[in-house]
Design a protein around this ligand. Structure first.
Ligand code: MSP
Length: 644
């Protein structure tokens, strides 16, 4: 039996049920699930929490557009999310929805606690607001004048709101990073957060009065809570904090909050500050993982370029997908998702390495020993046996060491060292030759026994990552009756007398070219028609107010007083005029000359750092190497002509 090592509380972010989840979200949950399963197997009392973050303006807007109530909308999407986790056999212990009464009451308790401690006050918020992200930004936080998180436009906004005295906690949070560097990993994220705090922390707006899809502020019915106070507190409300707190007492503080890199800031600055204010213990660790990107950039539903995990699971099964996600990517770094890389992993590591080892071993034991694993004949023991045994029994400790660092890919690599060693052992010992010689029966028995041992150990080691495959292997090697125990992975010589039975190949070999073509066809743009997320609809009269014209750029130079601006001299039919655009980060002046572009010609002139700009040139946003870029919207029409 594995000894009990105490509790382990791990969380995923709570996902926005704005639309179905894609493979990027799945990635985080698969990591958390593997860790939860690993910790359970290695003797911890695990609490694994996930859930959904259901309030906010964005959800309200989407529901309005869909013509249903926000509650109906989220109920529907959340049902799909739960279905996905069920299909993937995600082993969460609780699923918290922020629309549940238990959450609502407890968040209100947290609000009151912080309020009573003097850290919430009423003020007026003025700032630049990004509607999709529901975030206010200051001028200095913008990147190229756009929202630093999503790159979209922001607009000035002002509202009466409640504020949390975040600024008061800046020093304590910096001290937390100094005294407990492990609180936030990887280190690069910690440095980023230090930089962010050093720029000056402003108090945080924690309420809204412009929409009502949220948890009411207990002291003011005109306001609902701003999503991050609502969302972050899920980690304690799910444990019953402030009401029925047996689980809270047992599991809090969390051992790890696993989060994507763009929400590290909320978890490592705002969340600890709120807890400090409420006098509650802090989570032990925030781990920020990277993003799965597509070759063209980030996955986004609005761009229609998401990878749907359900389609991949239907085709390849949950374990192949989980293996790929955990093996291919390095924790903390971004990674590119491609079908080809995925299929190669599935073929080489799963069908070839592991699949072959299972089918060869089981077939040989059936053929040479009537399906019963023979005893080792000690007199035939050699160095290769010793090496296989050592590789196999020492792997568990190595896997543990890698899992301590959340290095899932390296943990799996340690297991595959055993898989590959065992395959090589078959080639080295050549059992088919031993089988031809009666005299070698003792040696053949040893080899068969050792291979069965190696498979048994592998079935234990892979259990946290691919439990259905582990179960299938255990069925084939006759261990269907026994739960895998982690400590068994360090033992040898347990397999004598077990009855093996060949089953279906655990991972069929894939024809990569054919699969690629079929996946392509499945995701091809012809078959998908996902409506774009657009600004509010306009009527023809609105459009008719625009006078769009073709213009030729005849000169271009940098603005003498602003790094980001280019000054263009334009020819537009009979007229010459000057237009200034904030595109110096994207184009060299000399590359612009001669381009024919579309211009909003009747836009009121304005001065930009002392120079007049008359009109606006249209550019199209694009992406190259994962970075935002711009393209000219060109035309061959003669300049001065209308565009309509
Ligand atoms: N609701 C907030 C989290 C609140 S936690 C108290 C939220 N939700 S989200 O649905 O937008 O994102 C949830 C998680 O999914 C984030 O950690 C995010 O980084 C992750 N991912 C979303 N797209 C991703 C990829 N393409 N790749 C990896 N993870 C990604 O933020």
């Amino acid at each position: 039996m594995t000894e009990s090592k105490g509790k382990y509380y791990i969380t995923t972010p709570i996902y926005y049920p704005s639309s179905n989840l894609h493979i990027g979200h799945t990635y985080c949950t698969v990591m958390a699930d593997a860790m939860a399963r690993f910790k359970r197997m290695t003797g911890y009392d695990v609490m694994f929490l996930t859930g959904t973050d259901e309030h906010g303006q964005k959800i309200q807007e989407i529901a309005d557009k869909a013509g249903v109530s926000p509650q109906e909308y989220v109920d529907n999407v959340v049902a799909g999310i739960k279905e996905l986790w069920k299909t993937m056999e995600i082993s969460y212990d609780d699923f918290i929805r922020t629309t549940e009464d238990r959450h609502i009451r407890r968040v209100q308790n947290l609000f009151m606690k912080i309020y009573e401690n003097g850290d919430i006050y009423k003020g007026e918020y003025e700032g630049l607001y990004c509607t999709p992200c529901e975030s206010f930004w200051t001028e200095s936080q913008l990147v190229d004048g756009k929202c630093p998180d999503c790159g979209r436009d922001v607009k000035p906004a002002k509202e009466e709101a409640y504020f949390f005295r975040l600024s008061k906690y800046a020093d304590r949070i910096l001290r937390l990073y100094d005294e407990h560097p492990e609180f936030l990993e990887p280190e690069s994220r910690r440095n980023e957060m230090r930089g962010f705090i050093n720029q000056g922390l402003e108090d945080l707006c924690i309420s809204r009065s412009t929409f009502d899809w949220g948890i009411p502020v207990p002291i003011d019915e005109k306001h609902v809570m701003y999503v991050w106070l609502d969302a972050l507190s899920n980690y304690i409300t799910a444990l019953g904090w402030s009401e029925d707190d047996e689980k809270y007492q047992k599991y809090w503080p969390a051992d790890v909050h696993l989060v994507g890199k763009e929400i590290v800031r909320f978890h490592s600055i705002i969340w600890p500050a709120m807890l400090m204010s409420a006098g509650l213990p802090l989570p032990k660790q925030i781990l920020g993982h990277g993003w799965l990107l597509l070759e063209g950039g980030k996955m986004s539903k609005s761009k229609g370029n998401v990878v749907d995990p359900v389609k991949l699971i239907d085709r390849y099964g949950i374990d192949a997908l989980k293996y790929f996600l955990l093996r291919e990517y390095t924790f903390g770094q971004d990674g590119i998702f491609t079908n080809e890389v995925m299929l190669k992993r599935m073929n080489y590591d799963l069908a070839n390495d592991l699949g072959n080892l299972v089918s060869r071993t089981v077939s040989m034991i059936e053929k040479y020993d009537g399906g019963i694993v023979p005893d080792i004949d000690k007199s035939t023991w050699t160095d290769v046996d010793e090496e296989l045994k050592n590789t196999a029994v020492s792997a568990a400790a190595k896997v543990e060491a890698q899992m301590d660092r959340f290095a899932f890919n390296m943990a799996l690599e340690e297991i595959w060292i055993v898989v590959r060693r065992a395959n090589k052992y078959i080639d080295e010992t050549a059992p088919w030759i031993l089988a031809k010689d009666e005299e070698q029966k003792g040696r053949l028995d040893t080899v068969m026994h050792n291979l069965a041992e190696a498979l048994r150990i592998i079935s234990v080691l892979i259990y946290p990552f691919m439990h259905t495959t582990a179960d299938e292997i255990r069925k084939q090697i006759g261990l269907w009756y026994a739960e895998p125990e982690w400590s068994d992975a360090s033992e040898f010589e347990m397999m004598s007398g077990e009855q093996v039975k060949k089953g279906n190949p655990i991972f069929p070999r894939l024809d990569i070219e054919k699969e690629l073509a079929e996946l392509e066809a499945m995701n091809g743009p012809k078959e998908e028609n996902i409506p774009l997320e657009l600004k509010d609809e306009i009527v023809y009269d609105d459009f008719d107010k625009l006078d769009l014209r073709v213009g030729t750029i005849i000169e271009a130079e940098k603005h003498p007083k602003a790094d980001k601006l280019l000054v263009f001299q334009m020819k537009m039919g009979t007229e010459k005029r000057q237009i200034i655009s904030g595109v110096a980060n994207y184009f060299k002046p000399e590359d612009c000359v001669g381009k024919k572009v579309v211009v909003v010609a009747n836009l009121a002139p304005r001065k930009l750092r002392g120079l007049e700009s008359k009109g606006m040139i249209l550019f199209a946003e694009d992406e190259a190497d994962g970075k935002e870029t711009l393209q000219f919207v060109s035309t061959d029409a003669a300049d001065g002509n209308s565009v309509n």
